[in-house]
Design a binder for this molecule. Structure first.
Ligand SMILES: *[C@@H]1O[C@H](CO)[C@@H](O)[C@H](O)[C@H]1NC(C)=O
Ligand SMILES: *[C@@H]1O[C@H](CO)[C@@H](O)[C@H](O)[C@H]1NC(C)=O
Ligand SMILES: *[C@@H]1O[C@H](CO)[C@@H](O)[C@H](O)[C@H]1NC(C)=O
Ligand SMILES: *[C@@H]1O[C@H](CO)[C@@H](O)[C@H](O)[C@H]1NC(C)=O
Length: 225
């Protein structure tokens, strides 16, 4: 091998640069998302989108059982499914299930997620949060809570070989109740800086994402070499 240390380092940085930012994150397939932007999915509480019932695709969410369907691009990640009656999606989140660790790539669906029955007749927001090797990622759906339960739609399916189990996830259980001061509307800079400091503290609390990126990059360097 004639590679110098600096060229190995350069390749490692190149591999990191290629893998980390370009990795697709996750999709919320059902209920339909209010918006998906791969590069901004780490912006809480809704992956950079603002809930707007007048223009969003608002679907019924059945309080005694409704599907939440996602597609994971990460072979292993931990999920939080949550909901709020706060139409700005900034406060008052209720966890609908314990944190769930998914292993295996692709479609994943929980067919019978429930919310408090007293919510029927009100509007609200379903939030899906993924603790992934790329960090904490967010998607939201705007819903009308309705009585009854739903026959899961066709899009509700699990990829072959995918498994999911309840787990404990410190990053998800300590998500701030009020993620960012986005509701004040008085300045983009305020919202951006609080988002940044939150992202920083989450990363500090959960350094494994950096470690797994480095291991991943090391694997690529090994194959390139
Ligand atoms: C709203 O979501 C439903 C269910 O995913 C989908 O079938 C429909 O095409 C969506 N409508 C719009 C306007 O996006
Ligand atoms: C917070 O949620 C509770 C139910 O869990 C509801 O009674 C209350 O109105 C909600 N508050 C806001 C501001 O959405
Ligand atoms: C929600 O957003 C609207 C408009 O952006 C604002 O008028 C309202 O005060 C916000 N409510 C909360 C509870 O932040
Ligand atoms: C997908 O797998 C999870 C975990 O085993 C399970 O709870 C869920 O019911 C499965 N979904 C479908 C649509 O079979």
């Amino acid at each position: 091998m004639s590679l110098s240390l600096s060229s190995v380092t350069a390749v490692a940085f190149l591999a990191l640069a290629m893998i980390s930012p370009s990795a697709a994150h996750f999709l919320l397939n059902y209920p339909p998302t209010i918006g998906f932007d791969d590069s901004l999915e780490s912006t809480p509480p809704c992956g950079s989108f603002t809930v707007m019932f007048s223009t969003d695709n608002v679907t019924d969410f059945h309080v005694t059982g409704n599907a939440i369907a996602v597609t994971s691009i990460h072979p292993q990640a931990t999920w939080l499914f949550r909901a709020t009656l706060d139409l700005n999606a900034t406060t008052n989140w209720t966890s609908l299930l314990p944190a769930i660790q998914q292993t295996g790539l692709g479609d994943y669906c929980e067919p019978e997620v429930t919310v408090p029955s007293s919510w029927a007749g009100q509007k609200g927001v379903i939030g899906v949060v993924q603790d992934s090797p790329d960090g904490i990622l967010f998607q939201c759906a705007a819903v009308n809570f309705v009585v009854g339960n739903q026959a899961p739609p066709d899009i509700c399916k699990n990829a072959t070989g995918l498994s999911a189990t309840y787990t404990a996830d410190m990053a998800l259980s300590t998500l701030p109740a009020t993620p960012a001061a986005t509701a004040s509307g008085s300045g983009t800079s305020t919202a951006v800086s609080s988002t940044k400091s939150e992202a920083f503290s989450l990363k500090t609390a959960y350094p494994y994402s950096l470690v797994s990126s480095v291991v991943w990059a090391g694997t690529v360097v090994f194959f390139l070499a």
